[in-house]
Design a protein around this ligand. Structure first.
Ligand code: MN
Length: 497
């Protein structure tokens, strides 16, 4: 990556003074990072350039791109924020300072985790550009994750999925969210990733591509007859979201029917509805799956018409119809609005309602706890985060029990689990855990294996398969009066603790 590539990308929409600013920021960053190397072996400035380039793809303004180039200068050199302010002014110094502060918050242990989440949000509410720089920084770090030691990889990938991508989703920046998610997925669940990628890319995609091509051509002809200008392309669900769907709904890959959609981009809103009519007259619509997000946009501002029809051979086929402006919004979220504004378009003002909501929340709930809990409701709808007494965080589905948690830590802990402390109080092994509970599993080293009855309440496949695997060996134990005695013993023993 070179500074020229960045300049080329933004030249058309920029003033000469803005290009000069970006050159200056580059020279400054290069000077302070000179001699520093990334773990990839590349000069450090490459990371700054890539971060800045991702920002240009989001349509960021010149000060943001400059701040992207400078974002690691104070952290990795003796250059102070004051010096940055002197050279680049208050605005850029503020951006760099905020990004630096954000990266100082570490994710480990309940309090600090909550705190980091809060800081991230407040940074967004104060200035969206800070978060965009942080996202760009994170995306490039993820792209070079394989050069880090395994433990660090896992930590960064987990933190990204828990904090960054939900926020990117709230901001509607799908373009970044999906890229980040697939990289994290690959590092956190390498086997699942490989299997799914193979199924998808090798077995399914060629056939889907042909189908999309054929369906697109058919629609294209119909739209030509109606003199509707259009662009049609296939859009594939990214791997992580397919995987989530398979897990959450317990479906096989072949049962996920919306892995692809055809995207139809037309000039005006009027054309959107006319194109919809054309689609419905070619193929029979499944009315239960029609959504008008143009009339009623999603809270993050997303607009499109969605319809699923029974395509050729009765195949469920989803169409998403939108204008190019809506398309920019769908890919880049609030960033799109902000670049429209920047380039002097008279289009709608940024839809930042949810930012306002966050600020209101903060005002009405000065208490951090409430603030975070309110936010988490939306952010982490189907997942809970459970902590060990040492502050390690484990992600589990809603309704998970201490046994699921025990197996999430280690199979041996699951197999030998005999009791549990939930927030320092004795709890039941089949209890439904709540978000951010601190859970300590009590193990009985003499216990020979899991209790088959646990199968009745565990929620995770990891726990289920571990218990099942053990079951044949302990068939006798299942009916053993000794086991019952042991259960009884635990019931008597526990309250004394
Ligand atoms: Mn960085």
């Amino acid at each position: 990556m070179t500074i020229e590539q960045i300049i080329t990308k933004i030249k058309d929409q920029s003033q000469p003074s803005e290009l000069k600013l970006i050159h200056q920021a580059y020279d400054f960053a290069k000077k302070y990072h000179s001699g520093q190397k990334r773990l990839t072996g590349e000069p450090y400035i490459q990371h700054s350039l890539h971060t800045a380039f991702i920002l240009t793809q989001l349509g960021a303004d010149a000060p943001t791109i400059a701040a992207g180039l400078l974002h690691d200068v104070p952290e990795d050199s003796n250059c102070s924020i004051a010096e940055l302010r002197q050279n680049f002014g208050e605005d850029i110094a503020f951006l760099v300072d905020s990004v630096t502060k954000l990266s100082l918050v570490n994710y480990h242990g309940q309090e600090r985790y909550r705190e980091s989440l809060k800081k991230m949000f407040l940074a967004i509410a104060k200035d969206l550009r800070v978060s965009l720089i942080k996202f760009a920084d994170r995306l490039h770090n993820l792209r070079t994750l394989e050069y880090l030691p395994d433990e660090k990889r896992q930590k960064i990938a987990r933190e990204t999925l828990e904090i960054y991508t939900p926020i990117a989703g709230l901001l509607g920046i799908w373009h970044l969210k999906w890229q980040m998610e697939d990289i994290c997925f690959r590092f956190l669940y390498p086997n699942d990733y490989k299997e799914l990628a193979h199924k998808y890319e090798v077995e399914k995609k060629i056939e889907l591509d042909q189908y999309i091509e054929k369906t697109g051509q058919e629609l294209s002809k119909a739209l030509d007859r109606l003199h509707i200008k259009h662009e049609i392309n296939g859009r594939f669900k990214h791997l992580y979201s397919i995987w989530l769907k398979m897990n959450n709904k317990n479906r096989k890959f072949d049962e996920i029917y919306d892995v692809f959609a055809l995207r139809v981009i037309v000039p005006t809103i009027d054309d959107c509805y006319r194109a919809l009519g054309a689609i419905h007259s070619l193929w029979r619509p499944n009315l239960g799956r029609f959504k008008d997000y143009i009339a009623i946009p999603k809270p993050n501002g997303y607009q499109s018409l969605h319809t699923t029809v029974f395509g050729s051979e009765g195949r469920a086929t989803e169409f998403q119809i939108r204008t190019s402006e809506m398309h920019a919004q769908a890919q880049y979220g609030v960033a799109a609005h902000w670049s429209y504004k920047q380039f002097g378009s008279k289009k709608t003002a940024p839809k930042l309602n949810w930012t306002k909501e966050i600020l209101n929340l903060q005002e009405t709930n000065p208490n951090t706890q409430d603030f975070i809990q309110n936010i988490q409701l939306d952010l982490f709808k189907d997942r809970i985060f459970i902590l060990t007494p040492k502050g390690d965080v484990y992600e589990l589905p809603v309704g998970a029990t201490p046994i699921d948690f025990a197996y999430a830590i280690h199979t041996d802990i699951g197999n030998k689990a005999s009791g549990v402390l939930i927030n320092n109080k004795i709890g039941q092994l089949n209890a439904s855990l709540d978000n951010s509970d601190i859970v300590e599993i009590i193990i009985d080293k003499k216990q020979t294996g899991p209790n088959p009855d646990w199968l009745k309440f565990v929620k995770t496949s990891k726990a289920r398969s571990a218990i099942k695997q053990y079951a044949p060996k302990s068939v006798l134990q299942r009916f053993s009066p000794l086991q019952n005695l042991r259960d009884l013993w635990h019931q008597i023993k526990e309250p004394r603790k």
